[in-house]
Design a binder for this molecule. Structure first.
Ligand code: ADP
Length: 401
């Protein structure tokens, strides 16, 4: 039984085809730079070399068409017939407060997704285009939507509300939604298994640290708080996003630089801030780490700010959870940068949080414990796998349907 996972971004379509019996990825790739002259299609499948070709792709429909035709290719494809695909799982960034779980696509669901256009205008129209393209290319095969926001829908109102005049919530739906939910859920399930606890009894602080980063507080398997907010800008210092700042600073900057439009301000906060903004070098942690080794002080400051923000969230979430069974580090930085884990957990012994430096510094691609034997809170590194989680969710929805 095979599940196709599709992730439509603003100018790209990524895909992965899983054989669900062994949960094995058998083909994957992406069409990038849709609508631009430099558009290309990169693909790979098990046992074959990666291939990359320039292609003319003017929209998401053509990108999906290219992918499906490649999957069906008699020589290099991975399936002989579209009926081999049992389901399609679509990654959807924002489900607002309409979608608290993965859902089978029907006309009602599509109408609900359209209502999310205003809340996530950069993503939702592209997701929608992808769903329609898949429907045309793979008629009769069920599509399931899997939302980045859904796992966080269990937050209580006092956690997700902003203290703005209430009508901004009731009229504009402005509240905390949280993101990376698929990743937080995946590592929660793994962590519960590693801790030998049922998911609905586990208390965790999960740290997804990638280009975008977020922390979640999970009590009895349910999110009670998370660091990202109405958009993925809030919370931790990130690659190019500022994370938490005093909103009055923006009002002040806009007052001073009266020619700065809302779009430009958005660009400043999302694309020119974070590690990049402070270091002036890059939003990529590998570059930051190298620059620190070469003695760059601003890179060191950016690194310290990131780790401090992680440590603050860990401490706050430890408090609201009244303790924790475990802390999980995942995603590019969380899995691969020992110094970030070390600095984020430094001097937290009073909370029962202690790393084993040796384990922390030993590279591995496996899930593992890196806490000291006497650490009350277990610290884990768990490689995330959002694509597999989306495929699992698609199976779950169809099985329960
Ligand atoms: P995304 O949020 O785009 O999925 P990733 O989870 O791939 O991002 O994380 C990207 C970040 O992880 C980048 O800052 C990158 O430098 C960092 N990263 C990935 N691998 C390593 C590594 N081996 N050493 C240091 N940093 C790494």
């Amino acid at each position: 039984m095979k599940v196709l996972v599709v992730n439509c971004g603003s100018s790209s379509v990524k895909y992965a085809l899983f054989s669900m019996a062994q949960e094995k990825k058998i083909a994957w790739g992406l069409v990038e730079c849709i609508g631009l002259p430099e558009a290309y299609f990169k693909r790979q499948s098990v046992g074959q070399e990666e291939e990359k070709t320039l292609c003319k792709v003017s929209n998401h429909f053509e990108a999906v068409e290219l992918i499906i035709n490649h999957l069906l290719d008699s020589e290099k494809g991975s399936i002989k017939n579209i009926d081999e695909i049992y389901a399609i799982g679509h990654r959807i960034v924002h489900g607002g407060d309409k979608f608290s779980d993965s859902v089978l696509v029907d006309e009602n669901v599509k109408a609900g997704l359209k209502e999310c256009y205003s809340i996530a205008p950069l993503h939702t129209p592209h997701h929608y285009a992808g769903i329609e393209a898949v429907e045309k290319m793979l008629p009769g095969i069920p599509s399931i939507l899997v939302f980045d926001t859904a796992f966080h829908q269990t937050m209580p109102d006092y956690s997700y509300m902003y203290a703005l005049p209430y009508e901004y919530y009731s009229r504009e739906h402005i509240r905390k939604y949280g993101f990376h939910g698929t990743s937080h859920k995946y590592v929660m399930q793994k962590a519960a298994a590693m801790l030998n606890k049922p998911v609905d009894e586990v208390k965790l602080i999960t740290c997804h640290l990638g280009n975008g980063s977020s922390v979640a507080a999970i009590n009895n398997g349910k999110v009670i708080d998370t660091s990202m907010g109405f958009t993925p800008l809030a919370g931790l210092v990130m690659g190019t996003r500022c994370g938490d700042i005093d909103p009055a600073a923006l009002v002040y900057i806009m007052g001073k630089e009266s020619n700065l439009s809302a779009d430009e301000m958005n660009n400043l906060l999302n694309k020119r801030s974070g590690l990049l903004g402070i270091s002036g070098l890059s939003g990529d942690m590998r570059t930051i780490v190298k620059a620190i080794q070469a003695g760059n002080k601003k890179a060191k400051l950016a690194f310290d700010m990131l780790c401090y923000s992680i440590k603050k969230y860990i401490s706050a979430y430890y408090g609201i959870l009244n303790g924790a069974d475990g802390i999980v580090f995942t995603a590019g930085i969380g899995e691969n940068v020992p110094s970030v884990r070390e600095k984020s957990c430094e001097n937290l012994e009073n909370l029962g949080i202690e790393l084993d430096m040796n384990k922390n510094n030993t590279p591995s691609h496996e899930e593992r414990f890196v806490s000291a034997d006497n650490s009350r809170v277990k610290i884990m590194i768990i490689p995330t796998n959002e694509e597999l989680m989306i495929a699992r969710e698609a199976m779950k929805v169809l099985t329960n349907h």
